[in-house]
Design a protein around this ligand. Structure first.
Ligand code: NDP
Length: 369
């Protein structure tokens, strides 16, 4: 592709702007009116709690059904996203820049002292724009942090499905593409099935909403997590049956550890006496769970997520590092995040945390790290 063609491919068209706006509008309207469990978030430092309407799964199923019907009636093209991948990428990037500029200005104007809206400034414009100023900014009553992460995860699935449609249209459907698609669909459906667990994750409870998070949710998640699908469109991989079975096992083990660990922590936070693997939990200082996955390593959930990420790339074989972008990125991110979380917990829980680290010395991978 020459430079002109590349520039053209990245230039946002009215169609891509309209597609993005339609997607965001759907999420805003349907997210506010469709029924869903109202889940209280963690207690903030001013003792208030946000409440989240966890209807993501319904929203996603309805959206995919509507698009499916639209495709069947020839109203929308199933390959519309895959045909405009780069254009949609730059449109979403521009949107993220625009939104975070507005977030910065809204943060500067806020006089609120509540935990959610209180502005946090360092005085360094780039730093404040990057990390954000407010913890939980809202727009028309919509919690933007929850909204953007939801948009990113749904966007990832929509991109994948459109790539799948293009693959069916243009080439033969390979085992690799089928595996990659199935793993991602299961992961994303599971994410929305357990959407309420998101309300206690680091991003939601600790990060302010700035460019880092908005870009991560809207651009990074959908466009980089789907690299394997794009790659498989252009490259052929022959997978043996043994490779397929091994790949499924990596996915299954990753899923069990990832979901199991996150669920145990979530259940423990709701009820510190909840049984873990059928037994009463071992608890440090009345606050930290030290049994189940949390007794094996202090972040087994990260290990599970890394195995899952690897399972999404293994269908692409080993001829190129490109499809391994996601697991490599996630590895770096989670190592960094674990350090930050460790520092936060050490400060928050003090001697209880020290006791926990003695009891459970492994950070992510038992007997290694
Ligand atoms: P965690 O869900 O692991 O949450 C960490 C928090 O849990 C701590 O700050 C502490 O918070 C609490 N905690 C830690 N240890 C214990 C314990 N032993 N007992 C009780 N509470 C404990 O971290 P994340 O929010 O970072 O990750 C959530 C999931 O999201 C993970 O599975 C991760 O892999 C995934 N993720 C995926 C990403 C991706 O790009 N695919 C990116 C980032 C995360 P408190 O103060 O509430 O006690």
């Amino acid at each position: 592709m020459d430079l002109n063609a590349l520039l053209h491919a990245f230039t946002p068209s009215l169609t891509s702007v309209a597609m993005l706006l339609a997607f965001f509008t759907y999420l805003a309207i349907a997210g506010s009116i469709l029924p869903g469990r109202i889940v209280p978030g963690v207690t903030l430092s001013d003792s208030t709690r946000l409440h989240y309407r966890c209807n993501g799964l319904l929203l996603l199923i309805l959206l995919v059904s509507l698009l499916g019907i639209g495709g069947w009636m020839d109203l929308v093209s199933p390959t519309a996203i895959a045909d405009r991948g780069l254009e949609l990428l730059s449109t979403t990037l521009i949107f993220s820049l625009f939104v975070t500029l507005l977030l910065y200005m809204a943060g500067c104007r806020s006089r609120s002292q509540s935990s959610s809206f209180k502005p946090h400034f360092t005085g360094n414009l780039i730093h404040d724009w990057w990390f954000g100023i407010q913890l939980n900014p809202q727009f028309m009553g919509i919690d933007l942090k929850f909204y953007f992460v939801r948009a990113g995860m749904m966007g990832w699935l929509l991109i994948n499905l459109s790539v799948l449609a293009k693959c069916i249209q243009e080439t033969d459907l390979s085992r690799s593409m089928i595996l990659y698609q199935i793993f991602c669909v299961l992961y994303i459906l599971d994410y929305f099935f357990y959407e309420e667990y998101m309300t206690s994750t680091w991003d939601i409870i600790a990060e302010r909403l700035g460019f880092m998070l908005v870009f991560g949710d809207l651009v990074w998640i959908p466009f980089t997590f789907s690299i394997q699908g794009w790659w498989l469109l252009k490259n052929e991989v022959e997978l043996t049956t043994a490779a397929v079975i091994a790949n499924c096992l990596v996915f299954l083990i990753g899923y069990l550890v990832f979901r199991g660990a996150n669920k145990q922590k979530h259940d423990f936070k709701k009820n510190p006496k909840a049984l873990i693997w059928g037994r009463p939990p071992k608890v440090v200082g009345g606050k930290l769970l030290a049994s189940g996955y949390w007794g094996i390593a202090r972040h087994s959930n990260y290990l599970g997520d890394l195995l899952l990420a690897l399972s999404f790339s293994l269908p692409c074989g080993t001829s190129s590092p490109v499809p391994y972008f996601y697991p490599i990125y996630l590895f770096i991110l989670l190592i960094w995040r674990e350090r930050r979380d460790e520092a936060r917990c050490a400060q928050k829980y003090k001697e209880i945390w020290a006791e926990y680290t003695k009891l459970v010395p492994w950070r992510i991978l038992p007997y290694a790290y």
